[in-house]
Design a protein around this ligand. Structure first.
Ligand code: G3H
Length: 257
């Protein structure tokens, strides 16, 4: 019956969080590689999770981009903003995504859906490292960077390394380097191998991987069998307080069920 099914899901969630060595995993049924609608179910779960996790009062939530994040944004509701003041900020400056899935857009969408506010980080997507230094002196940019640094929650996705490198138009040389280094996953513009070793980092301002350690609430959203490897690899360097929202497709693959 339904109770057995629920108990089964909870057991799998427990097994997965023990396997990944993180505080919490939430698994929705289905496989988003096969059905895009499954991402919506994950979105509803993110909406519920935020209501449970976020403290009352002021919250600054840093968010990343990507297609998963863009779809999650559409699932948020004003319930998250009950008794809360929400400010959404992009977690990092552009990592080379198309406009509709950029972190700036995701954070604006989340603000719109919940009735919160948002701030934009105006940094060109394609910029040399040298051009960054003077930009960082700009008061308008510094202000948002400080908000990001002081955020109490972060929501992000995880991607497959080579898929992400190609989507972000990285050079053939860089893609070759990622392959040689056996990169399997990407999150926050960091590429890492199976052991969670960072092999490449897109130099961008905003949240850095080391800032995650002291971040109160970290929600990672990634599903689909195709992301199983990337999820396992990322969780080797993820902070323990991470809550992973995923689907059966990824969970079964990871647990070899
Ligand atoms: O960093 C990870 C990527 O943003 C994931 O992108 O949600 O489009 O697979 P995706």
């Amino acid at each position: 019956g339904l109770m057995d099914q629920l108990a089964g899901v909870q057991q799998r969630e427990k097994r997965l969080s023990e396997f990944l060595k993180i505080d919490r995993c939430l698994i929705v049924s289905g496989n988003c590689d096969e059905q895009v609608k499954v991402i919506e179910t994950m979105g509803k779960l993110v909406n519920d999770t935020l209501q449970v996790l976020l403290p009352e009062g002021k919250n600054v939530i840093a968010v990343m981009g990507g297609t998963t994040m863009a779809r999650i944004a559409a699932c948020l509701t004003p319930k998250v903003a009950e008794k809360r003041d929400l400010l959404f900020v992009p977690a990092r400056g552009g990592v080379g995504e198309a406009v509709d899935i950029q972190a700036n857009n995701v954070s604006a969408q989340m603000a719109l859906r919940t009735g919160g506010k948002h701030r934009t980080l105006y940094v060109p997507e394609q910029l040399s490292e040298k051009a960054y230094a003077p930009l960082m002196q700009e008061p308008s940019i510094l202000e948002v960077v400080q908000l990001i640094r002081g955020s109490n929650a972060v929501i992000h996705s995880i991607g497959e390394a080579i898929t992400m490198a190609r989507r972000r138009d990285m050079s053939e040389e860089s893609v070759g380097e990622l392959k040689r280094e056996r990169a399997v996953g990407e999150a926050f513009g960091y590429f890492f191998d199976e052991d969670g070793r960072v092999v490449y980092k897109i130099p961008r301002i905003g949240l850095q991987l080391e800032d995650l350690a002291s971040m109160k609430n970290v929600i990672a959203v990634a599903g689909g069998t195709s992301k199983a490897k990337a999820i396992v690899a990322y969780m080797k360097l993820a902070p323990k307080q991470t809550c992973l929202v995923t689907d059966e497709g990824a969970a079964k693959m990871i647990l070899k069920e």
